[in-house]
Design a protein. Structure first.
Lengths: 293, 302, 307
């Protein structure tokens, strides 16, 4: 019978779909985190390390963007929503339904192509570049190269940080937009005249980081808010996270993880921060002993 | 007079054929440059260690073992689901469907499905499979999403392969008193096998390189899995179809957009080279299989 | 009624088999149809929400090129103008199809008519291989090779419609080629013999007989290619520039429907206007592919009648 293998294949598929449909998934023991692509590698590594110690917990980490993360955790589809921005900043999310866990601080640094001949910009120059008022690098002390602004896509956490600290509410010039650090880095490295900004962990030698008002973007300057371009990485959960979820977040917030993994990955440990920020963008001193600013 | 038109025709002929060959030459040059570039930049990074070690989230020296396996798993699963369906649909369109308005509407709908961007299918899969049906980010969700991308192409290929079998073969079958179904299963299908296999290869290549439909369905992470755990229900088993699985193509996408490891570029070009080589193996292997089947069936049945 | 009679009256085993075969294959096609229709319905519901729930006017969507759904414009309305993306998508698709079709047909002719043995053996695997290269790799090579080349040749930033078209040209080449080959192969051999016997040259045979006979198939191949170009996201995104601006020339940065869709989907929340607006873009993509298909069907039919 010629049609036998054919029918067999149909049977296999039906069986398989049934099998996966009923595939018992241990919801209590699994923790799913979805959201920010910038935070994904960190949480993923932490998840892998955590599973070495607690093999009974199954941790799944996915990207998808901050919006996806917040939306999913709010609807209860996932345990953790990773986000680069405060839930309050995202229209359409009821922040009061979520619990914020700030697990790391990430610096944002402007980068330019090496051929532009610029290593330092004042805050005002930066602002004029991104609002399209300055069109050539020679106007800000560089070579005679037209400026090409590469922005991040709207709604991106990195862009939010950059615009709130540098543009102060002015509208950015309509320009090219890219949605990921990697692509931005590639374009800036390969295109003379470009300027953009990256999360600090993604900074590498093929692009030129820019100092703002002669301040370097480094660990220490971020902890003191001398370098103001930084934001929190959030892991949002529902108001009452499951036991396993809470344990996992505690693990990430533990001093050991913060000092090793978080620092190694290029983020700033939340424990080292001398200041803290609130959702409305206000910066407050943690301990009123050292005056910066 | 007649002679001169003949001469012109000959000259035109020569120039036209030369033109075709020149264009083929250009295409071949592009292809060689493209493939050469991928292989030359990629192959130096491919090593046994690269192929057999898991990827790293931070730090250099990660491999692609899990991604490679996931790609193959999704490929197999997708083909397993879509081949029979596409075969059935192709048979219907080629052998049973009458050439009327309804049939042409069906064809148009299938073509619309085939021209849907795979990113849209991926997002559809995300909302329906991952969230609504709670399949989560899994190999299974990914396979279904890729199936949606793959089905119309495969159906079309099947239909065309069946169409290419000369009508005389069908008539011969009917003349021998065979039923329509027997004619199809005993005469048409074996005769169409090389064409069918080509269709499957083409789609296999496409599945293997598909990223957009998988980013939001099969997921972007490759958690720890164990290759010694043969229980497909265990979350750490490599056979579990409900585990999230980053494929090779998605891994390349990820490295290019959000690669944080210092050797992201190298891994990405190495992975691209591996991907191309695997596709080459699939193509050559199934080509050999196709001609083998053809010879075998042709030898015993006719 | 005796046994023999009853046996004769009942459908034979072969008839039953026939019916079963037909039903199975019908189920398959119905399955595909259901999937497609639900997909289309899903996108339509999401995409139309922009207009029905958020009350964006159709005129603004299609004719305004101010795209900024997250923010309110000067008139207090959200800016949901997709004209720039629609134009760019069309430009990229048409340009790449115009570039790729002659080359694809030439390669297909070479492989089927001029050098079937050598050509097919060498080129076929390579072409199949090209289909499998992930679009990211194309995009990456486009970013490293094509964009700088355009920048030096034509000025500007190098990002834009031209770069996108060139990358898509290579990407849709295998699709168009392999489908063209299929349709050329379906031209019966006696067409060729008859034409050559009439004293026609090879080119005349190709141009006047084979290409004419295969025209509907070739057009279908082009649609498939265009569909792939229209829907391609990851590669185009890397070279098009992703600026929601109306393309003023071939080398100014712009954005296509798909590039906008991919780059913003993750940053929007389901059910809000920015998200719905993106689904409206997907709906436009869908509608376009329907229109493409219907159009080409029509052309194909006319081509067939003239034959």
């Amino acid at each position: 019978m010629k049609s036998r293998p054919w029918l067999a294949a149909v049977a296999i598929i039906t069986g398989l779909s049934l099998l996966s449909g009923c595939g018992t998934k241990d919801k209590a023991n699994s923790v799913t985190a979805v959201g920010s692509t910038a935070l994904q590698p960190l949480v993923q590594k932490a998840g892998t390390d955590y599973q070495h110690v607690h093999p009974e917990t199954n941790i799944t980490v996915q990207g998808g963007g901050s919006g996806t993360g917040l939306g999913q955790v709010e609807s209860g589809a996932v345990n953790i929503g990773n986000s680069d921005i405060f839930a309050q900043e995202k229209p359409g999310v009821t922040a009061s339904k979520l619990k914020d866990h700030q697990v790391a601080v990430v610096g944002v640094v402007p980068v330019v192509n090496e051929k532009n001949g610029v290593k330092n910009l004042s805050e005002e120059q930066l602002q004029r570049i991104f609002t399209g008022k300055v069109k050539n690098w020679k106007e800000v002390g560089g070579h005679n190269v037209p400026i090409i602004v590469i922005n991040r896509s709207q709604g991106s956490g990195t862009r939010k940080t950059f615009e709130s600290k540098i543009l102060h509410g002015q509208e950015a010039v309509k320009s090219q937009e890219q949605d990921s650090n990697g692509t931005v880095k590639k374009i800036v490295a390969n295109t003379p005249g470009t300027i953009s900004y990256l999360s600090l962990p993604y900074l590498s030698t093929d692009v030129q980081p820019v100092k703002i008002n002669h301040v370097v973007a480094n660990y220490h300057n971020i902890t003191t808010n001398k370098w103001q371009l930084w934001s929190y990485e959030h892991m949002y959960t529902s108001k009452k996270p499951t036991e396993k979820t809470q344990k996992f977040i505690d693990y990430i917030l533990s001093p050991a993880t913060q000092q090793n993994l978080v620092r190694k990955a290029g983020y700033v440990s939340v424990h080292d921060m001398k200041v803290y920020a609130t959702a409305d963008g206000q910066i407050h001193q943690k301990q009123p002993k050292k005056g910066v600013k | 007079m007649k002679k001169s038109t003949n001469v012109t025709a000959q000259r035109n002929n020569r120039w036209a054929l030369l033109g075709i060959k020149a264009m083929v030459g250009v295409v071949v040059l592009i292809l060689i440059a493209l493939l050469g570039d991928i292989l030359i930049t990629g192959l130096p990074h491919v090593s046994w260690h690269f192929l057999t070690s898991p990827s790293k989230d931070f730090g250099a020296g990660g491999g692609i073992a899990n991604q490679l396996f996931n790609s193959i798993y999704i490929l197999v699963l997708t083909l397993l689901i879509s081949c029979p369906i596409a075969l059935g649909a192709g048979i219907y369109l080629s052998e049973f469907a009458r050439p009327n308005f309804l049939t042409s509407v069906i064809r148009t709908i299938i073509e619309v499905l085939s021209s849907l961007p795979s990113i849209v299918i991926g997002l559809f899969g995300y909302l329906i499979l991952v969230i609504k049906f709670q399949f989560d980010f899994s190999i299974f969700s990914g396979a279904i999403a890729v199936m949606l991308v793959n089905l119309p192409l495969l159906t079309r290929n099947t239909e065309e392969a069946l169409h290419a079998v000369p009508q005389t073969q069908r008539e011969a079958g009917w003349a021998l008193g065979l039923s329509k179904w027997r004619t199809i299963s005993r005469i048409i299908l074996p005769a169409a096998i090389p064409g069918l296999v080509t269709g499957v290869i083409l789609s296999a290549g496409r599945i293997f390189g598909e990223a957009a439909a998988l980013i939001y369905t099969a997921g972007q992470s490759a958690p720890l899995i164990s290759y010694t755990n043969w229980n497909p229900f265990s979350p750490t088993s490599f056979l579990n179809p409900m585990r999230p699985a980053e494929t090779l193509a998605v891994h390349i996408w990820k490295l290019n957009t959000d690669g944080i490891t210092p050797d992201a570029t190298q891994i990405s070009s190495g992975a691209s080279a591996v991907l191309i080589i695997v596709i080459l193996i699939i193509i050559l292997g199934s080509r050999w299989l196709g001609s083998y089947l053809y010879r075998k069936m042709g030898g015993t049945k006719s | 009624m005796n046994d023999v009679q009853r046996k004769l009256m009942q459908p034979s085993a072969a008839t039953k088999q026939d019916r079963r075969g037909k039903i199975i294959s019908l189920i398959c096609i119905v399955f595909i149809l259901i999937l497609t229709v639900s997909l289309i319905g899903f996108i339509a519901v999401r995409g139309l929400a922009t207009f029905f729930t958020n009350h964006v006017s159709l005129r603004e969507f299609f004719f305004s090129s101010a795209w900024n759904p997250g923010q309110l414009g000067k008139n207090g309305q959200p800016q949901v103008g997709a004209a720039a993306m629609i134009t760019a998508s069309f430009a990229v698709t048409l340009l790449s199809a115009i570039l790729a079709t002659p080359f694809a047909v030439a390669v297909a002719l070479y492989m089927t008519e001029l050098a079937p043995k050598r050509g097919a053996r060498l080129l076929q695997p390579v072409i199949e291989l090209l289909v499998g290269i992930p679009s990211v790799v194309y995009g990456f090579i486009g970013l490293i090779v094509v964009v700088p080349a355009i920048r030096t040749l034509f000025g500007g930033t190098g990002f834009g419609v031209l770069a996108g078209s060139l990358v898509l040209f290579v990407m849709i080449l295998p699709t168009i080629t392999s489908l063209t080959i299929d349709s050329l192969k379906q031209v019966p051999d006696y067409y060729r013999s008859a034409s050559l016997a009439l004293g026609a040259t090879r080119w005349q045979t190709i141009y006047k007989v084979i290409l004419r006979a295969a025209l509907p198939g070739i057009l279908t191949a082009v649609v498939f290619g265009m569909a792939r170009a229209f829907g391609e996201a990851l590669a185009v995104q890397m070279v098009i520039g992703n600026a929601a601006l109306m393309p003023t020339s071939l080398v100014t940065p712009t954005a296509t429907l798909t590039s906008q869709l991919t780059s913003q989907m993750g940053d929007t929340i389901m059910g809000t206007l920015p998200n719905n607006a993106l689904w409206s873009l997907a709906l436009v993509l869908l509608l376009m592919s329907v229109i493409f298909n219907v159009l080409i069907k029509w052309i194909g039919k006319r081509g067939e009648m003239q034959k």
